[in-house]
Write a protein that binds this ligand. Structure first.
Ligand code: SAH
Length: 216
């Protein structure tokens, strides 16, 4: 029987992630399994496995694969975890989370993006993800508490109201800094002694904006 051979661009994709320091096997496997080409614009399919962010609808972006893998690795996900993502975008990060966590709620302020992401995630069988059209600065109280929170849009600061949604022992990751230029990826852990904060790496994300988008 012939061995299944990964296409060269997917092999390069894995190699790049490893070379840049991603070592969690479950994260690497998930990055291999989720087809990024299903989340990019049709004209960008050929570039889907390059390590760069790409434009999507509504002037937003699908994050660079390394950053997706890195943030996922930093979350230390377990199958029992309930995860909140703010900034659904294409739905790619949510698909990665869905394979490693128990349940994912992802919120997007553009209805068009939320609808498209929901359809993609359904088609891929990611049935533990709920895509919500709404404002990540105003997560409905009924959504409950989360073991992990990942923000994939730049916040000038992390709102206290968001930190309060973390379960004890929970981890929150967010790009924090100016909406223009680069931000610092911050990792917060809710411990018995309080909130531990750590600066990780510099990143560049589109801004997190308050309220839902008026345009589609
Ligand atoms: N995680 C995405 C990329 C996110 S791009 C992916 O895997 O493709 C950032 C997204 O955050 C954009 O789609 C933007 O519309 C959304 N966003 C910005 N502010 C938001 C807010 N307050 N609530 C929800 N989504 C927001």
């Amino acid at each position: 029987m012939a061995l299944r051979q990964a296409p060269p661009e997917k092999m390069m994709f894995q190699l790049t992630l490893r070379r840049r320091g991603i070592s969690d096997q479950a994260v690497l496997r998930t990055m291999e399994e989720i087809p990024r080409e299903a989340f990019v614009e049709e004209g960008d399919r050929e570039d889907a496995y390059r390590d760069s962010a790409l434009g999507i609808a509504c002037g937003q972006t699908i994050s660079q694969p390394f950053v997706v893998a890195y943030m996922t690795e930093q979350l230390q996900l377990q199958k029992r975890h309930r995860v909140l993502e703010i900034g659904t975008g294409s739905g790619y990060q949510a698909a990665i989370l869905s394979r490693l966590a128990g349940q994912v709620l992802t919120i997007e302020r553009f209805r068009t993006l939320a609808d498209a992401a929901r359809a993609r995630l359904e088609a891929l069988g990611c049935d533990n993800v709920e895509v919500m059209f709404g404002d990540g600065f105003d997560v409905p109280p009924g959504a409950g508490q989360f073991d992990r929170i990942i923000v994939t849009a730049a916040m000038e600061q992390i709102p206290q109201s968001l930190i309060e949604r973390l379960e004890p022992g929970g981890i929150l990751i967010a790009p924090v800094g100016s909406h223009h230029g680069t931000q610092t990826l911050m990792r917060l852990v809710k411990t018995d002694a309080g909130i531990e904060r750590k600066e990780l790496v510099d990143v560049r994300f589109v801004p997190a904006l308050p309220g839902v988008a008026r345009e589609l």
